[in-house]
Ligand binder design. Sequence first.
Ligand code: SF4
Ligand code: SF4
Length: 326
Amino acid sequence: MYNGPIKKMHLEITNRCNAACPACPRTGDFKGKLAGHMAMSGWHDLTLSDIKEIHKEVPTLKEVNLCGNFGDPAAAPDFFKIVNYFADNNIRVIISTNGGPRTPKAWASIARPGVKAQFHIDGDEDTNHIYRVGTKWNKIMANAQAYLDAGGSANWTLIPFKHNEHTIDKCEELANTMGFSQFKVKKTYRVGNNDSTSQPIELPTNKKYINEYVHKNINRDINCKARNEDEIYISADGDVAPCCWTGSNLWQEKYKNPKSPKSPSVENNYFVDFDNNFRTNKLSNIIDSYIDKTDQYEVAWECKAFAVCNKSCGTSKWLDRYQDRS
Ligand code: SF4
Ligand code: SF4
């Protein structure tokens, strides 16, 4: 299903995280704030040795996105070694983090060319923790400042809610003072699941912070992001999927809690009628298996057969994602 050799990888190097954001799929509905599939899966990490194996199989790699569905990459045991490995090999690294894990000194050590960090900070000292439950403001600020002072490139991305929309201009000012290269406001539909925070998580009142396409639900032809960008996704347990969305469905199906057997991905099963774990099957074989299925994917997209593809690449919700700050 790809146009050429794989150039990009979205890597979930861990499913660990210090936070419990209410609308994150890792955050669940019982005390302890982990979803049933997380309790079933246990902890998983990609190690530096896994990363070297992956790179050996895909030498065409140009860019990696350290993000994932269920964890913060900075919480991975080999996080700093992995970032340095990619930078040493001239592979661009993008890191998405809540900024809380690890120490300022360690963050300063990865401030180097080819590395870009995205700090997801949703408000000021009084409001960030309302969505980023469990994070500590002083720790985030110290980590970000140390990384920036060491010459690191980073942007501050903020998700607006009713409880933090009044802080947006103040946060932008702080971002500029600290030395962030960009301040982004990411419009969101992430609301609900309020039991892990003392305050309801509601959409902002100012309409300019709301992505209107999400609510219009406009269907369009499926435009596969993975194929367009020659990108593949590897989850923390080593399963390989075309993208994080299909990867999330596969994970939640694989580790579903038998006590709540709702299956999110039954319609997705034919993506995985081969061994899709790089620890038990060569990564190049797995990529070939996806390429062999190109015809089937195209039929499925045309028929709108896969809910995950319809939702992620067959609507207009990814348009108008960021508020214009110019
Ligand atoms: S910081 Fe990221 S991975 Fe962690 S709970 Fe929040 S959204 Fe999920
Ligand atoms: S959700 Fe489907 S269409 Fe979108 S990138 Fe993934 S595989 Fe492609």
